[in-house]
Design a protein around this ligand. Structure first.
Ligand code: NAD
Length: 498
C-alpha cells in the first residue's frame, strides 16, 4: 500500500481501512467475551470504533498462551540467528504497512500523518532491526575459578513479560518494549493504551506473518484498572515493562510487591528543563529547539522541554525571538493533511486538563505571551502557549502538563539554572546551550536527569539509552542494556576435581 501524498488520498484510505478491534491471543484475533469501549477521533470529536474491553479472564488466557509458548520453547530455543530473521522480516512488514500504521495511530490520537511517516513508523522498524541484530550477541562469561572447577554464567530470557504502554507514540513505545523482550527470547503480553489500541493488533498479526510461533506475542485491550492491573498483578508474569504517568508507575511497584515480586521497569513523566546560557553560540538555533522541544507533537512528549531556563542577560532577546516565531510555528490542522504540523490533544479529558493548567498559570501570576486559546474548529485543539514571569514554584513549572505550554524562567548563570532545573520530582531529560566546554560538562554532571543534551535536544538512536532518574522512572529503554534487562543471569558451577 503506497503512502498517500495528499489529504484526499489519506481520507480515501481512511474510509476504506479495515482493522481488528478485539484481542490477539495465541496467534489469532479473538473477539471479546465482555464489553467494549469507544475510541473517539480527537480531530473530529466523533466516535471512531468500539474496542474490546479486556479483563482478568482475558489476561489469564493471554498469559497462559505466552507461558505455553515459552515452555514449549519454539521461540526462546530458536537459534538466535533465526529469531533475528523473523524480527527483521517484521521490520520490513512495518515499513510495507507504513500507511496503515500511520492511519491507525493518527485516527486514534490525532498525530499528524507527517510525524507518523517521518518518525514513528521508521523509528519502530529501526528499533526491531536494532534488537534483531543484538539477538545473537547476548553472551555469558567464564569466570576465574581454580583449576578443579569450571564456572560460567549465561543470560536467559525471563519468561512472560507484560508490557503496558501509553498513547503518545503508540506504535513506537510498543516497539521500544517488545523488540528487546522478543529478541531476548521472552513471550510478551501487551496491554496498549486504551486511547490508541489499534496498531498493536496489526503488529501482532504481522509478527505471525513474519514467521513467529503463536503465543509469543499476545495483545489484550482494555482500561488500565481492568486489564493493565491484572497483568501487573499476575503471578506468571516475570516482568512488567511500563511506560506512562508517574502515578500509574508507582502502582506497578505496589502490584509487584503484592504478587510475585516481578521485575519492574518504569518510564514515567517529566518536566524537562532546557538551560540557555548567555554564551550560547547560535540563538536562532537554540530558539528553534526551544519551540520544537515543547510545541512538537502537541507537547504530548514525556521528555518535552517544558521549562525554558534562560539566562537573564539574554532573556529579553530570547523571549522576543521565541514570541516572533513560536506563535506561528505550529498551526492547528487536519492530521490527515501532510502539511499539518499540529493535531488535536488526545482526548476531551486531556483538553480540559491542559486548559486548566493554562488558567492556573494566569491565576498564579505568570504572563501569557501568546496562545492557550482554542481554535475555531471541531476536535480537541489548543493553540501553543508561552508563559513568561514564571517562578519554578508555580503549578505550571512543577506539574507535567503534557500539552503545548512553555514556561520561561529567568536564571542567573549556570549554578542558579541547575538549582532550578533540579527543583522537581522528575528527572527525565535536560539540556544546556553553551559554547563553553566546562559549562557543558558541569551541566551534564549537574542535571538530575537520565537523558542529557548539549546544544541540542531530543536527539536519539536505538544505540543510546532513554531513561529517567528520580520519579521519571527506573530501568530504561533501547540500547544493549535495554535488551539485557529482559534477561536474567544463571550461574553454572562444574566440578572438575576428583
Ligand atoms: P497512564 O499512566 O494513564 O497510562 C499508561 C498505561 O497504563 C495505559 O496503557 C493505561 O491503560 C495503563 N494503566 C493505567 N492505570 C493502570 C493501572 N492501575 N494498572 C495497570 N495499568 C494501568 O499514562 P498516559 O496518560 O497513557 O500517558 C501519558 C504519560 O506517559 C505521561 O506522564 C508521559 O510523560 C508518560 N510517558 C513517559 C515516557 C517515557 O519514556 N518516560 C514516554 C511516553 C509517555
Amino acid at each position: 500500500m503506497p503512502v498517500p501524498q495528499s489529504p484526499a488520498e489519506w481520507h480515501r484510505l481512511a474510509a476504506e481501512l479495515h482493522y481488528a478491534t478485539g484481542h490477539f491471543i495465541h496467534g489469532e484475533h479473538v473477539a471479546t467475551r465482555g464489553g467494549r469501549f469507544t475510541v473517539v477521533n480527537p480531530a473530529t470529536a466523533e466516535p471512531l470504533c468500539e474496542v474490546a474491553a479486556g479483563d482478568a479472564t482475558d489476561i489469564d488466557a493471554a498469559v497462559a498462551s505466552g507461558r505455553r509458548a515459552f515452555r514449549e520453547g519454539t521461540w526462546r530455543r530458536m537459534a538466535p540467528r533465526d529469531r533475528l530473521e523473523v524480527l527483521n522480516r517484521l521490520a520490513a512488514l512495518i515499513e510495507k504497512h507504513t500507511a496503515r500504521f500511520t492511519l491507525l495511530d493518527s485516527l486514534c490520537m490525532g498525530k499528524p500523518v507527517r510525524d507518523m511517516v517521518s518518525v514513528d513508523v521508521p523509528q519502530s522498524a529501526l528499533t526491531f532491526r536494532y534488537f534483531a541484530e543484538l539477538s545473537d550477541k547476548v553472551e555469558g562469561t567464564v569466570t576465574a575459578t581454580a583449576v578443579d572447577a569450571f564456572h560460567y554464567t549465561l543470560r536467559e530470557p525471563l519468561g512472560v513479560v507484560g508490557c503496558i504502554t501509553p498513547w503518545n507514540y503508540p506504535l513506537m513505545q510498543i516497539a521500544w518494549k517488545i523488540a528487546p523482550a522478543l529478541a531476548a527470547g521472552n513471550s510478551v503480553v501487551l496491554k496498549p493504551a486504551e486511547q490508541a489500541p489499534l496498531s498493536a493488533l496489526l503488529l501482532a498479526e504481522l509478527f505471525i506473518e513474519a514467521g513467529a510461533p503463536p503465543g509469543v506475542l499476545n495483545v489484550i485491550n482494555g482500561y488500565g484498572a481492568d486489564a493493565g492491573a491484572p497483568l501487573a498483578l499476575h503471578n506468571d508474569v516475570a516482568k512488567i515493562s511500563f511506560t506512562g504517568s508517574t502515578v500509574t508507575g508507582k502502582k506497578m511497584l505496589v502490584y509487584a510487591g503484592q504478587s510475585n515480586m516481578k521485575r519492574v521497569s518504569l518510564e514515567c513523566g517529566g518536566k524537562s528543563p532546557q538551560i540557555f546560557l548567555d554564551d550560547l553560540e547560535d540563538m536562532d538555533r537554540a530558539v528553534t529547539y526551544a519551540i520544537n522541544g515543547i510545541f512538537g507533537v502537541m507537547g504530548e512528549v514525556c521528555s518535552a522541554g517544558s521549562r525554558l531556563l534562560v539566562d537573564k542577560r539574554i532573556a529579553q532577546e530570547f523571549t522576543a525571538r521565541f514570541i516572533e516565531r513560536g506563535q506561528h510555528a505550529y498551526v492547528a490542522g487536519d492530521p490527515l493533511d501532510p502539511e499539518t504540523n499540529m493535531g488535536p490533544l488526545v482526548t476531551k479529558k486531556q483538553h480540559e486538563r491542559v486548559l486548566g493548567y493554562i488558567a492556573a498559570g494566569r491565576a498564579e501570576g505568570a504572563k501569557l505571551e501568546f496562545g492557550g486559546d482554542v481554535p475555531d474548529r471541531p476536535g480537541y485543539y489548543v493553540n501553543p502557549a508561552l508563559f513568561t514571569n514564571v517562578d519554578n514554584r508555580m503549578t505550571i513549572a512543577q506539574e507535567e502538563i503534557f500539552g503545548p505550554v512553555a514556561a520561561l524562567i529567568e536564571v542567573d548563570g549556570l549554578q542558579d539554572a541547575l538549582r532550578i532545573a533540579n527543583d522537581t520530582i522528575y528527572g527525565l531529560a535536560g539540556s544546556v546551550w553553551t559554547s563553553n566546554l566546562r559549562s557543558a560538562h558541569a551541566a551534564v554532571r549537574g542535571l538530575e536527569a537520565g537523558t542529557t543534551y548539549v546544544n541540542c535536544f531530543d536527539h536519539g538512536d536505538p544505540t543510546s539509552p532513554f531513561l529517567g532518574h528520580k520519579q521519571s522512572g527506573q530501568g530504561g529503554d533501547k540500547c544493549l542494556e535495554g535488551l539485557l534487562s529482559y534477561t536474567q543471569t544463571k550461574s553454572a558451577w562444574i566440578h572438575l576435581g576428583s
